[in-house]
Unconditional design. Structure first.
Length: 183
């Protein structure tokens, strides 16, 4: 089970539990041919995204967030935690609007890892398409270990020691950790 949070605050960003009110924003990101080229395809109809978010509200196996500016709540992207396996979680659906400063990617990744630890997980696992070079390099710079590959994806693991080192190494992006609001 992955517990949803209503809001998670970092230094400059907030993760907001995604709801039906976010359907148009999410659908716009996920149907942008440049921004979403490494994500699974979604139906072209907005109603399909709204229906998915309606089902998500009752799904205890994942937490899907809109990444937002912590002050204005301007929507900037998405990220999702899912796939709980023992003490490990997976994450993905990580998508940011074009033109954002680099700190948005770093801070949102740190917040995702911090929240995973807050939930009691001790490692993260995920996969990245071979062609998504900037993202797999990003993860490797964070300390992720490539543990496998298939014809399309590289598989990665980031254990608690590597997570802790990454949180320390990049602490200037998240100097006070996160603040979680669950109700």
């Amino acid at each position: 089970m992955i517990r949803k949070a209503r809001r998670i605050e970092g230094r400059t960003l907030a993760l907001l539990d995604a709801g039906q009110q976010d359907a148009a924003f999410i659908h716009g990101l996920r149907t942008d041919p440049v921004r979403a080229r490494f994500l699974s395809a979604v139906p072209p109809e907005l109603e399909a995204q709204t229906a998915w978010l309606r089902r998500y509200a009752d799904d205890a196996t994942q937490a899907y967030f809109v990444i937002a500016d912590a002050v204005s709540d301007e929507r900037l992207g998405t990220v999702r935690l899912y796939g709980a396996r023992g003490e490990a979680f997976s994450w993905g659906s990580w998508l940011l609007k074009a033109g954002l400063p680099a700190h948005c990617a770093i801070e949102s990744a740190l917040m995702t890892y911090h929240y995973g630890l807050w939930l009691g997980f001790r490692s993260a696992y995920f996969e990245v398409l071979h062609d998504n070079v900037s993202v797999w390099r990003f993860h490797e710079n964070f300390g992720a270990t490539r543990v496998g590959a298939d014809d399309r994806h590289f598989q990665y693991v980031l254990g608690v020691d590597a997570l802790t080192r990454a949180l320390h190494r990049y602490r200037r992006y998240l100097p006070r950790g996160i603040r979680v609001t669950t109700d």
